[in-house]
Design a protein around this ligand. Structure first.
Ligand code: ADP
Ligand code: MG
Length: 232
């Protein structure tokens, strides 16, 4: 589902090239929840941006759901991203002038994957799944942080993408809300999605199949573990 080979992302600096990521090889399968940990500046966000096609590698190849991401032009990339990768950010990134429901169905409108009435019905079903159907017609500013992140997760899977990436999605949430958001992402993996999750959460080991550790742009650890499902 996700395959990185020899992937580097270098930035030119006065002292020479700086590698945010260096010669990374990584594969993740459908149904796998892959957690990415590492200290600040280790390359976690860079990895997420490369998988989502928001950034391009300076070396190596990235295949996601059969596409050679770095080879796609801008418009093909936008269309590909809209149906293939759902993205969840630490700061939610909901549009402030749209209701929660309108935010959630934005990817459907953008990719025209469903007619308007069906999009609305799907949006409401997605909000129900993340537990905030009652917030559908409010603006994001009227929602709590946890509710906004639930809406952002609903938006990320609006087009039923096979891959979900999340960059510190619990960074702005209290620990109980964070646990609920992580459980939602774990549920997506159980449904067969490939989920790549950047996090600092220490309890993460309980939901992730696999934890990779980055340090200075390099993969320094790749540990598989048994997922303990507390409740379905
Ligand atoms: P993390 O998410 O693990 O904190 P990042 O992937 O954001 O780390 O960044 C990895 C490294 O790349 C950091 O040292 C950061 O300063 C550097 N970096 C990120 N973006 C740029 C950029 N546009 N120009 C130069 N260096 C960058
Ligand atoms: Mg980061």
């Amino acid at each position: 589902m996700i395959e990185l080979r020899g992937v580097s992302r270098a930035y030119p600096t006065p002292q020479g090239e700086f590698f945010a990521l260096a010669a990374l090889d990584l594969r993740a399968a459908p149904g796998e929840l892959l957690a990415v940990v590492g200290s600040s500046g280790s390359g976690k966000s860079t990895l997420i941006h490369l998988i989502a096609g928001i950034d391009r590698p300076t070396a190596g190849t990235i295949r996601v759901a059969g596409a050679d991401v770095a080879a796609l032009g801008e418009s093909a990339l936008a269309a590909w991203r809209g149906t293939t990768v759902g993205i969840v950010f630490q700061s939610f990134q909901l549009l402030p002038t749209l209701t929660t429901l309108e935010n959630v169905i934005l990817p459907i409108d953008f990719c025209r994957t469903l007619p308007a009435d069906k999009a609305r019905a799907r949006g409401l079903a997605l909000l129900d799944r993340v537990g905030i159907a009652d917030q559908a017609h409010k603006l994001p500013s009227a929602l709590s942080g946890g509710q906004q992140q639930r809406a952002a997760i609903a938006r990320a899977f609006a087009n039923d993408p096979p891959v979900i990436v999340a960059d510190e999605p619990t960074g702005n949430l209290d620990s109980r809300t964070a646990a609920a958001v992580l459980e939602l992402l774990a549920g997506l993996a159980r449904d067969g999605k490939t989920v790549v999750l950047v996090t600092h959460e220490r309890e993460l080991g309980r939901i992730a199949d696999r934890v990779i550790t980055l340090a200075d742009g390099r993969l320094v650890d790749d540990a598989r573990q048994t997922r303990q499902v507390a409740h379905g």
